[in-house]
Design a protein around this ligand. Structure first.
Ligand code: PSU
Ligand code: MN
Length: 302
């Protein structure tokens, strides 16, 4: 057992017998949604994973230990604490050696999931290449981590706070397969559309699980991005969101927001300036991702 890893006994047992386990991140709880909806959603998402036959493993750092599987009290801590460290890959050695508390991004969650032996990870939206990255060079470590760590990521595509076209190009450069579930167009988080054709499309969890096992059996390390479109009933039209996204980007520029603060700033700005609708879409799409992720994990484990 890794000295920095604390795996919940239920998850340990599931991993030992080869049962399906689905990893979940914690930055989405602490920096992605307001309290108490964030904690309610985190618990509901775990329930969806269970209802679909897999064991949920929410990941975060407590007192310098990487916890795989959180109690309700631990989830509450991350939901309420408003100055929790946002931990991406480069923050891990600091937060762990200083014995701090950290909510893990897609990149850090993937790495800890891999340390624990978990192959499938469900989130809302991944980080990517930001708009204007040709000047800012702001490219999320989620993408470089996906190039090297063999954990599949289920997301609702890429949020259009990012440059979706450049993100797809970067994923191609890094050899990361991008598969959209059930439609030809790559989705943009709140919307089923993005204007970009998905590089790949598969229509069943079984085919997706086969793609994963084939990739890794070939010795091709790294992730697969599985893009699962938001359910049609909860979709928000891309042009409707674009107004808010543009305002959020302008506010970030005016306030000179840089580095790791950019993504949380944009997410919070959009949440604060759209009515409950965007939050409801966010919750619906994460639950839907949890269902599809659990289905893939069950086939993969079988
Ligand atoms: N995009 C979202 N919701 C999120 C995030 C991104 O729509 O919650 C979070 C995830 O934890 C992701 C992180 O890994 O932001 C990316 O941050 P950065 O761009 O600083 O790498
Ligand atoms: Mn960044």
């Amino acid at each position: 057992m890794h000295q920095f890893l604390t795996i919940h006994p239920k998850i340990q047992e599931a991993l030992q017998v080869g049962k399906a386990v689905v990893a979940l991140e914690s930055t989405i709880i602490s920096h992605g949604m307001p309290y108490p909806k964030n904690v309610e959603t985190a618990l509901a998402v775990e329930e969806v994973v269970r209802a679909n036959g897999a064991v949920p493993a929410t990941i975060a750092i407590f007192n310098g230990q990487c916890h795989v599987g959180l109690s309700k009290e631990e989830l509450e801590y991350f939901g309420k604490a408003n100055r929790v460290w946002k931990v991406s890959l480069r923050d891990m050695p600091y937060v762990i050696s200083q014995q701090l508390y950290g909510a893990t991004t897609v990149a850090a969650t993937m790495r800890i999931a891999a340390m624990a032996g978990i192959k499938i990870f469900v989130t809302g939206g991944i980080g990517g290449v930001h708009r204007g990255a040709e000047n800012s060079m702001d490219i999320s470590a989620d993408l470089t981590e996906m190039a090297q760590t063999s954990v599949a990521v289920v997301s609702a595509g890429v949020k259009s706070i990012l440059d979706i076209g450049l993100t797809l190009e970067y994923l191609e450069t890094k050899g990361i397969p991008v598969v959209t579930y059930g439609q030809d167009e790559f989705p943009s988080f709140y919307s089923r559309k993005s204007g970009f054709r998905s590089p790949l499309t598969l229509n069943t969890p079984k085919e997706i699980a086969q793609l994963l096992s084939t990739k890794w059996q070939l010795g091709l390390e790294g992730s697969v991005l599985i893009a699962n479109p938001v359910p049609a009933e909860q979709e928000i039209a891309a042009d409707e969101m674009e107004v808010h996204i543009q305002q959020a980007l302008d506010a970030a520029a005016a306030q000179k927001i840089t580095g790791k603060e950019v993504t949380p700033f944009l997410l919070k700005y959009i949440a604060d300036h759209t009515n409950g609708e965007s939050l409801e879409a966010n919750i619906a799409l994460i639950k839907h991702n949890a269902k599809v992720g659990a289905e893939i994990a069950v086939v993969y484990a079988g």
